[in-house]
Write a protein that binds this ligand. Structure first.
Ligand SMILES: Nc1ncnc2c1ncn2[C@@H]1O[C@H](COP(=O)(O)OP(=O)(O)OP(=O)(O)O)[C@@H](O)[C@H]1O
Ligand SMILES: [Mg+2]
Length: 263
């Protein structure tokens, strides 16, 4: 990722929609933390699923904060609540109670339309199954969050191409994602997650569908994003070696934080 220039990653974030949530920042302070150095704060976050099968407390009053530039791994047994936590942080779903602050903004105090803008402009997502749109090109996949946030099509294309170049897959720009290898598809997903220069990149088992070597390559890419470009990254993984290579590991068990260790 040698030619991933700072310019490719540091777009001025004063795009459409940003100002509306910016106002909220002024009035909201997270508890006991210097909000300037904190990318994310979660306070007393709970999620209860009520279904015909019964009641599941997927998250039970979880609180923690993540500093800007920190690379955090979330580990824990299957069903312990890791994806639920990531989905709440990324505002893909609403918590039952508790708060999530991103860049000091209390995201669930916003209107739904503002939450959508917040999600698009401040949060990058990388999923185990890539979640790319297969009927359209790699380039269009990567530029989509940019055009949604108000970049012109040419601006979005230029930025998407720079990132694809930096991730070594610019030659695949006109291909459909389905024709790429798993590792290449995940690099496209990483590129897409970076287009809006997000505050936080959330990755739910990003190496889970990849063979060991390809998974390590994708992980190294995330690590470079963290070390060299100071991105804040939260990654769920079942791989203990990868978890130990991050700055900090949070162990989730039965919907709560069991351990929180600096690696
Ligand atoms: N939409 C839903 N409706 C009902 N229960 C749910 C829903 N989503 C998750 N759960 C339950 O919440 C608990 C936490 O699930 P979650 O997907 O967060 O686990 P996880 O730690 O990500 O597991 P895995 O490692 O298998 O991905 C589980 O008991 C799960 O069955
Ligand atoms: Mg999960």
């Amino acid at each position: 990722m040698n030619n991933l220039g700072v310019n490719a990653l540091n777009r001025d974030k004063s795009g459409i929609g940003h100002n509306s949530v910016k106002m909220v920042t002024e009035s909201v302070k997270t508890d006991n933390v210097d909000s300037n150095s904190i990318a994310l704060a979660v306070t007393n976050l709970s999620k209860i699923y009520d279904s015909a099968a019964g009641r599941v407390v997927a998250l039970d009053k979880v609180s923690f904060s993540v500093k800007k530039g920190e690379f955090v791994s979330i580990v824990g047994p299957s069903g312990s609540g890791k994806s639920t936590l990531l989905n709440m942080i990324g505002a893909l779903d609403r918590p039952t109670s508790g708060r999530v602050y991103i860049d000091g903004i209390d995201i669930f105090s916003l209107r739904d339309s503002e939450i959508a803008t917040m999600r698009n402009n401040h949060i990058g997502f990388i999923f185990q199954s890539f979640n790319l749109i297969n009927r359209t090109s790699v380039l269009k996949n990567v530029k989509l969050p940019g055009t949604i946030s108000g970049m012109s099509p040419s601006q979005a294309s230029e930025r998407a191409m720079k990132i694809l170049e930096a991730l070594g897959i610019a030659d695949k720009a006109t291909q459909k994602p389905v024709n790429l290898s798993g590792g290449q598809q995940q690099r496209v997903a990483i590129a897409r997650s970076l287009v809006n220069n997000p505050t936080i990149v959330l990755a739910d088992e990003p190496t889970g569908n990849l063979d060991t070597k390809t998974g390590e390559d994708v992980f190294d890419m995330l690590k470079t994003l963290s070390r060299k470009f100071k991105r804040t990254i939260i990654m769920v993984t079942h791989n203990p070696e990868l978890a130990e290579s991050t700055d900090r590991s949070i162990l989730i068990r039965d919907g709560g934080i069991d351990k929180d260790v600096i690696n």
